[in-house]
Design a protein around this ligand. Structure first.
Ligand code: MMA
Length: 165
């Protein structure tokens, strides 16, 4: 009996479509680790601030729902800000790195793309493994620049999970 219950539970679990995947980590081994895992509870990614100097992607700040994450990275260079359209999601990030992240091209499911930084170093191309999944949050390492970055994909969230909207 117990065996049957166990078997059924396993079969049901195995039949669920998989949705989460991870791309990365791209970059070097320096810096201090960060993760926006908890930030995804504030909602889907709605805007990005990318700080860039003449060589590197220096810093990142991401808006989840209505709430900006803390800034990760350094303070040199200039910040560029992009807002996604309502319902628009990031579905690909390509770029370049050497010891640090040098370039990121953010691509959305509305066919828009936003390039930041310089054409130098080794290429990466981060895309979700499963259909209809999008960028939910990022993780990586940073110090005075963004040393490394990884991309976490899953089904789109439509709203804030923990703020009762
Ligand atoms: C700091 C330190 C390093 C990191 C670099 C680049 C200047 O050194 O945090 O570990 O690799 O910044 O982010």
């Amino acid at each position: 009996m117990l065996l049957w219950i166990l078997l059924s539970v396993c079969c049901i679990a195995a039949a669920q479509p998989r949705s989460s995947s991870y791309s990365g980590e791209y970059g070097g081994g320096g810096g201090k680790r960060f993760s926006h895992s908890g930030n995804q509870l504030d909602g889907p990614i709605t805007a990005l601030r990318v700080r860039v100097n003449r060589n590197y992607i220096v810093g990142l700040q991401i808006r989840y729902g209505q709430t900006w994450s803390q800034h990760v990275g350094g303070s040199s260079g200039d910040t560029e800000e992009i807002f996604l359209h309502p319902g628009e999601s990031v579905t690909q990030v390509s770029g370049k790195y050497s010891s640090y992240i040098r370039r990121m091209v953010i691509v959305t499911d509305k066919g828009r793309f936003f390039p930041f930084g310089k054409e130098y170093g080794t290429s990466f191309n981060a895309v979700p493994l499963h259909p209809k999944t999008v960028l939910r949050y990022i993780s990586g390492s940073s110090g005075s620049v963004i040393d490394a970055i990884g991309f976490h994909w899953d089904t789109p969230t439509s709203n804030c999970v923990h703020c009762n909207k």
